[in-house]
Design a binder for this molecule. Structure first.
Ligand SMILES: NC(=O)c1ccc[n+]([C@@H]2O[C@H](COP(=O)([O-])OP(=O)(O)OC[C@H]3O[C@@H](n4cnc5c(N)ncnc54)[C@H](OP(=O)(O)O)[C@@H]3O)[C@@H](O)[C@H]2O)c1
Length: 157
């Protein structure tokens, strides 16, 4: 299963200046617990902000420039098709973890979204979720986290 996971502000913003525009330990814990033991795919820019492979997960980085230094638990792939065909050999879920370009590129292939609703409107944000990304989805479940955060679980409906 291919699952998109993101934390999104009231206007669809997800990033500013190459970083997350907030710090919510409860959401980071939720993200870690949800994705541990699975594979994650991210864009090169998100990879740069994380800086090292996320522990106990297979990390896939999408980049057209395949010069990223190989290391354990890291696979660098050059296009969406390669990720999709690699996914067929996976026995775990594949989480699409951003950023904006990667959510856009995987949108047609995402079967579920897990969205943390961030109760902010970030000024000067420069990375956003794709327009209408939830249009073909419906809420199946929700969960409250600390810091007034709500996570919604969406499936294609
Ligand atoms: N709120 C959240 O949940 C969340 C989650 C993740 C990230 N973010 C934020 O999102 C922002 C980064 O997003 P972004 O859109 O600027 O960058 P990104 O999606 O992380 O990475 C973009 C890079 O990915 C590669 N790429 C993109 N599409 C590709 C394709 N179809 N085939 C091959 N490679 C492809 C390219 O790398 P090359 O240039 O190497 O070819 C491109 O420069 C940051 O602010 C980050 O903090 C937020």
């Amino acid at each position: 299963m291919i699952i998109g996971i993101a934390a999104v502000d009231r206007k669809g913003a997800i990033g500013k200046g190459g970083k997350l525009p907030w710090h919510y330990p409860a959401d980071m814990k939720f993200f870690r617990e949800t994705t541990t033991g699975h594979a994650v795919v991210m864009g090169r820019k998100t990879w740069l902000t994380i800086g090292k492979p996320l522990k106990n997960r297979l990390n896939i980085v999408l980049s057209r420039d395949l010069s990223i230094e190989p290391q354990e638990s890291l696979l660098v792939l050059g296009d969406v098709e390669s990720v999709l065909s690699f996914n067929k050999s996976l026995s775990t879920e594949l989480f699409v973890i951003g950023g904006a370009q990667i959510y856009e590129a995987f949108l047609p292939h995402i079967e579920k979204w897990i969205i943390t609703e961030v109760p902010l409107t970030v000024r000067g944000a420069d990375a956003f979720m794709p327009e209408g990304y939830l249009d073909e989805f419906k809420v199946e479940d929700s969960k409250s986290l600390d810091d007034d955060l709500v996570v919604k679980f969406y499936s294609r409906g």
